[in-house]
Unconditional design. Sequence first.
Length: 383
Amino acid sequence: MPHAFAYDAFISYAREDLAWAELVHNALVAKGFKVFLDRERLVAGVDWTDQLQNALEHAQHLIVLWSEAARASDWAQEERHAFRADLRHSGGEIPRHIIPVFLEGDNKPLAQFERIDVVKDAGAYAGGVQTLDPAVRGALVEKLEASIRHADRTHPIPLLVVTARRAELEAVDPDAKVLPEPLRSESLNSLIDRLGLGSRAALLGNYGDERDQWRPFGSDDSIRKILDELRGDINKRLVTEKMQPFRWQPLDQFWAIPPGQAAERLKREPVVVVLDPLALYAPFVRTLTTNHLVPAIRENARAVVTVLPPYALPPSAGVLRESIQGLATEIFASFYDPPVAARLTPRYVAGVGDVMDLKASLLTGIGAAVATGGTQGNVFTQT
C-alpha cells in the first residue's frame, strides 16, 4: 500500500545557507511540491526537537545543501543521521532518497548518492544567491525536480488557480461596470458593499504579488496553503482505500500569452480549476477566462471547477452543518465525506463556503481521476 508523505522533500542546511535553502524551497513550491523548510535555524548543540523529527519521518526525500558551513553544523548532521535511521525502519515500500546539492567543497559519504553540482561547478557559492546566474539557477531547479520526480509514484492532477495579482485589481476602476448594457453587471465597489466586505482596501489585503497568495473564505491562509493541506488530507483517504496518492501540477503556463499548451491540457485531462469570481474584474484575468478557460473546460467531462467566495461563512452555517452531522449522518457523510470511487454517483452540485466544502467537492473527482485516469461527468461547484 502506498504511503502518503506529508512532504515531498525536507531541506537540510546550515543556518549560514538560509538564502540558498529559501531559493530551493520557493522554486520547488512553485513547481507544485510540498517542501519542509525550517527557517528558524537553531544554534548547534540544541536538543533535537519533536517537530523536526516528525517532519523528517513524513518527508519522502531529504535535500542536503552541502557547504563548509554544513560540515561544521551539528544540526545539519543530526538531520542527515535521523533521515538515514528512518530509512532503515521504513521498509523501502516507496523509494526515498538523499539528494545532495553541493554548493562548495565535497563530502565522501554524500558522494555515494546521485549529486547535483551545478552551483559548485559554476563557482557561484561565494557570490551568493543574489548574483546567481539565471542559467545556473534554472539548471539547479531542473535537476532537483528530476531527482524528485524520478521516484515519484503519485498521480499528477493539473491545477489552475484563476485569480488576480494585487496590482491587477488595484488597476481596476472600482466604480466602472464590467459589462456594457443591457447585460447585468455592477461596479466592484457596489459588489464589495453588497457582499459586506468592508472596503476595497480590505479586499485588496487578500491578494499578493503572486496568484497563489490569494486568500479566499476570509481566511488567514493562502490558497496555496489551503490546497497543500487538502492534498495531504485527501491523500490519507486515498491511501486508506489502497489508491494512488496524487500531487498538484500547477498550470502556471496558462498565464503566458498565448496560453497554448496549458489551455490544451484543460480540454483533455482531469483538471481542478479554482476560481476567484472577483478576479474577473481584472481585464487580463477576464479575457483569458472567457476566451480560453471556459471553452476548454466546457466539454471536459474530467474537470472539477470550484468558485470560492471572498468571505467567511456566518457562524449559523457552521451550526446548521453540525446539526446535519448529528441528525442526518448519512446525508452528511454522502457529501462531506463521500466515497472515493471511480464513478461519480451521484453528481454533486454544491455551494463552496469554506475549506470543508472544498474538500468534499474535490474528494470524489480526484479519487475518480486517480482510479481510472478520468472522471465521469463534469463536476461544477459554485458559491
